[in-house]
Write a protein that binds this ligand. Structure first.
Ligand code: BTN
Length: 245
């Protein structure tokens, strides 16, 4: 496979605490090639967004982190989340699975979560010097006891799927979108992201620190905050400030 930005460097490990943390530690020892991707058979302390944990059955799903050194100003950092979300959406679309992106970067199929993404950036001055893009994609796990509304590729298609093949496809799409980002195609990336955005231009119930309210997602701010039309006017939300009901 030939990439535009990535080099061929995949590290497979049997068990790590978190692929994001392990890759970050490796990157501190020596500079890793752009696009180095770490795949773990099992994660003992997978991290989710907002300090949540990410738990999956060993060997069944894709848990990977990929490092990228972008040329990107801090205020455009959300583009990395959009690129990762679009890459996962593309992989699923190729399999005939219609997935949507729930802001900022959960991937849903019929309202059920199939993938979580955790992007962790290192900042230098006004730029993002390094980004670790962690992706947890449910592939062959079919029982999600105790997990609220989750699904996997296998549950959607009714067949067993090769985790490494999915990882290869994911890397190809990530490379594609990050290349677009490096070419400063921010508007086009945002348009593609909005095309797949869950609940865009629909009225739904949400919750903030003051309680429930009705809102309509209409887009994103320059920095990637969620823009919502509400009875109180146009409002912007950060991830910790709004809950989907
Ligand atoms: C979320 O939905 O809350 C984000 C979950 C992100 C999970 C992935 S699994 C691979 C990578 N390593 C981690 O520790 N977390 C991410």
């Amino acid at each position: 496979m030939s990439y535009k930005r990535f080099e061929q460097n995949v590290i497979y490990l049997d068990q790590v605490d978190s692929t994001n943390d392990y890759l970050l530690a490796l990157s501190k020892e020596s500079k890793l090639p752009n696009g180095t991707s770490l795949v773990a058979h099992h994660q003992s302390k997978g991290k989710g967004q907002r300090l949540a944990t990410w738990t999956t059955q060993a060997g069944k799903n894709l848990t990977c982190s990929t490092i990228f050194y972008p040329t990107l100003q801090i205020q455009a950092a959300f583009c990395l989340n959009m690129c990762a979300s679009l890459a996962v959406q593309n992989v699923l679309q190729d399999l005939g699975i219609r997935a949507q992106i729930k802001w900022p970067n959960d991937i849903l199929v019929d309202g059920k979560k199939i993938c979580g993404i955790l992007v962790e950036n290192s900042v230098q001055g006004k730029s993002i010097a390094q980004s670790i893009i962690g992706i947890g994609l449910n592939i062959n796990q079919t029982d999600f006891e105790g997990t609220f509304k989750a699904t996997s590729i296998s549950a959607e298609l009714g067949e067993k799927i090769d985790v490494n093949e999915i990882h290869q496809q994911l890397l190809a799409y990530l490379d594609f979108w990050l290349d677009w980002m490096e070419q400063k195609n921010f508007r086009m990336i945002e348009q593609r992201y909005l095309k797949h955005l869950y609940q865009l231009n629909e009225k739904h119930e949400y919750q903030d620190q003051n309680g429930r309210f009705e809102g309509e997602i209409v887009g994103l701010s320059e920095s990637g905050l969620l823009k919502m039309k509400t009875d109180a006017g146009m409002r912007l939300f950060d991830i910790k400030d709004v809950k989907y009901l």
